[in-house]
Design a protein around this ligand. Structure first.
Ligand SMILES: Cc1ncc(COP(=O)(O)O)c(C=O)c1O
Length: 358
């Protein structure tokens, strides 16, 4: 189960997708960068995409390189959404009876991809009765004991919003180095962390891969675009398993255009921070418990997630029931525009009254 609107369910309820506000996916609230549409018009639909995504990889390197650190193209793998990167990773690293360590509760696709590869899965669960953080020493010890081929950690984590510090990730990377494992840090929501630390410095370590999602940063989930940054060796191993043309020309062009729009991300971040601040205050005023989140979504403890989800859906608001994450008392709200969040806050207030009266 993923976030986002399920068309079959919406039809069964007699609703229309265009009448719904989708808070179940957590993407930039300001829509795609303006230039993207014009850029995509230049694509010849009768030509095959560039299987090497050359221009986009160059643009990613320009975007991420600084005067003191140059990123080279052979360290970048572009995928059909970061989802494709996870499936390539699990096939390459785990299909020979490998073991993966997942830090849970987290994004379900890691588990799904590991299962498809026939891997053994170790879950290290966060403190579910506290602040949702993990015991990093316990994680490092587990890596030492079980020597998993892959360790996947989502930072900031979906759905809890927990953001590991540089020191915590470095502890995991040290353990991965000692056991010859690959530490994969999924940074799908990093662009919306208010004060991020510089994770690109981790790329000096061959045992680390960073994965990023351009669909969320630039509100183009429909196009499917993500990328991985890792050592040349890791990138070329994954590339061998990737079908040619899996990243279509529209996505490649849109990606280049989005990266060239330097003003976009600061605007998207401001929109997220303002609306998130407003929404959090409203939820707290309703007496609801919200764990601290560093990402562009908020987890809310409401008691019966399935019930709240269907009551909000009846009001045209789609939220994520977190039962599939093992958190049946929580819903997750992706931050949208201020106006949309005002509508959600009003709907939540009505539902809270009904739920309390029950
Ligand atoms: C943590 C996390 N990583 C990756 C993805 C997949 O993103 P993409 O659209 O780049 O495939 C998601 C989507 O919800 C996610 O939550």
């Amino acid at each position: 189960m993923h976030g986002s609107i399920n068309l079959r369910e919406v039809r069964a309820l007699g609703l229309k997708p265009e009448d719904l506000l989708d808070f179940s996916a957590s993407i930039s609230p300001i829509g795609p960068p303006e230039g993207v549409w014009e850029a995509m018009r230049s694509i010849d639909l009768s030509a095959y995409p560039d299987p090497d995504c050359l221009e986009l990889r160059e643009a990613i390197c320009r975007h991420l390189s600084t005067s003191s650190r140059e990123l080279t193209m052979d360290r970048v793998l572009v995928g059909n959404g970061s989802t494709e990167v996870f499936h390539l990773l699990t096939r390459v690293y785990l299909s020979n009876n490998g073991t993966a360590l997942l830090m849970t509760p987290t994004y379900g696709e890691y588990d799904g991809a590991c299962r498809l590869a026939g891997a053994q899965i170790l879950n290290l669960e966060a403190d579910l009765s506290g602040d949702f953080r993990w015991n990093i020493t316990a994680a490092a010890n587990l890596i030492g004991a079980k020597k998993p081929e892959l360790i996947i950690v989502c930072n900031p984590n979906n759905p809890t919003g927990v953001y590991l510090s540089r020191a915590e990730v470095e502890t995991l990377a040290d353990a991965a180095k000692d056991t010859g494992s690959l530490l994969v840090v999924d940074e799908a929501y990093l662009s919306f962390v208010e004060e991020p630390w510089d994770s690109l410095a981790l790329l000096d370590r061959p045992e680390v891969m960073l994965v990023r999602s351009m669909t969320k940063d630039y509100a183009q989930t429909a196009l499917r675009l993500g990328y991985a940054l890792a050592s040349e060796d890791v990138v070329s191993r994954l590339r061998e398993y990737q079908p040619d043309w899996s990243v279509n020309s529209l996505a490649q062009k849109a990606g280049v255009s989005a990266l060239e729009d330097a003003g976009y991300l600061p605007r998207a971040r401001k929109a997220v921070f303002d609306a998130k601040d407003y929404l959090a205050k409203e939820l707290i005023a309703l007496g609801l418990e919200i764990p601290h989140s560093e990402a562009n979504f908020i987890l809310v403890k409401i008691g019966d997630a399935a019930k709240w989800r269907s009551m909000l859906l009846a009001k045209g608001m789609v939220v994520r029931d977190c039962t599939s994450f093992g958190l049946p008392q929580y819903i997750r709200l992706g931050v949208r525009t201020m106006a949309d969040c005002q509508r959600l806050a009003a709907a939540m207030a009505e539902v809270a009254q009904t739920a309390l009266a029950d």
